[in-house]
Design a protein around this ligand. Structure first.
Ligand code: GRG
Length: 284
């Protein structure tokens, strides 16, 4: 159920996103490249929480494409030499390696702007205002960019981060977009986003813990990017702070919290429950 829905929603969101990229002959190929591959988990969350609230895929595909554009921009910029300096992403050379740094900066900039074109598309209707304001906040200085800034500051802090600090960092860097994705379905329907928030807050942290576990246990070919970088850099992670077993049991407890938050929706939310379990069992 979940795997099929993940495939369908990520293909629909990618088609919508690629359809909106203007053929300018300068950046379009690199923008399509940067938004290809990837699991499409954020698009899935938008479209599945929308479905749970009775909103059709024709409408939810626009914010789903928007969040994948923001996510792709963040990866392209994160991979730059001045950030995390990675050569491999989604099993392919990173944008600045395949093209150059200036192209990678511009691709990220253009994808971020495109996201706001997508989320304000006419089809989205009245929810556009709430979705736009919350997306700006989730992606920006109070959300993802805040987490990234804390991550960069940690490199020169002279000491490893505490569990509390790393939890704040990840709530921004990874958590903010995941939370927006799950809340988007409620915003689209004009419903209370609280249950989706609770679900996604637990899910986002479980996702990050799973990412830290993959950095230790994962295979670079399957993961599609370098592994072992955090340990090599002596960075604090959930694994270094909790131990491998501790991190795994914390991730399982978070998945159980995420599933509990869905109880008002009964069995209609089973696909979202499967998604929560997928997040900690994935190999990429
Ligand atoms: C540059 C402002 C700015 C922010 C970058 C998201 C991020 C912040 C950096 C990415 C670094 C990283 C590997 C974070 C760990 C969690 C994460 C976001 C993994 C990638 O997400 P997936 O697994 O990727 O959903 P796919 O490729 O499947 O879309």
């Amino acid at each position: 159920m979940f795997t099929q829905r993940l495939d369908d929603t990520s293909a629909a969101a990618r088609a919508c996103l690629h359809g909106a990229i203007h053929a300018d002959g300068a950046l379009d190929a690199a923008m399509r490249y940067a938004t290809s591959g990837g699991k499409g988990l954020r698009a899935f969350l938008v479209m599945e929480t929308a479905r749970l609230h009775g909103v059709s895929d024709d409408v939810s595909v626009w914010p789903a494409a928007a969040i994948e554009a923001i996510h792709a921009y963040s990866l392209v910029h994160d991979d730059l030499p001045c950030m995390d300096d990675d050569d491999l992403r989604r099993g392919q050379p990173t944008v600045h390696v395949k093209w150059d740094e200036a192209t990678a900066v511009l691709v990220g900039d253009a994808l971020q702007s495109l996201a706001f074109e997508l989320v304000t598309h006419d089809t989205v209707g009245h929810a556009r205002v709430a979705l736009t304001a919350t997306l700006a906040r989730a992606a920006g200085q109070e959300g993802m960019v805040h987490g990234q800034a804390l991550d960069i500051a940690a490199e020169t802090a002279g000491r490893p981060l505490t569990l509390e600090e790393i939890t704040e960092l990840q709530a921004g860097k990874t958590g903010a977009l995941i939370r927006w994705s799950a809340e988007a379905g409620a915003f689209l329907a004009g419903a209370d986003p609280a249950p989706m928030s609770a679900y996604a807050t637990a899910l986002g942290l479980a996702f990050q813990i799973a990412d830290d576990i993959l950095d230790v246990e994962g295979d670079a070919t399957a993961v599609g990017k370098a592994v072992g970088k955090d340990a090599d850099a002596g960075k604090a992670t959930f694994v270094s702070l909790l131990g491998l077993d501790g991190a795994k049991s914390r991730a399982r407890a978070l998945v159980s919290d995420a599933c509990d938050a869905l109880s008002p929706f009964g069995s209609n939310a089973d696909t979202l429950r499967e998604a929560a379990n997928f997040v900690i069992s994935r190999d990429k």
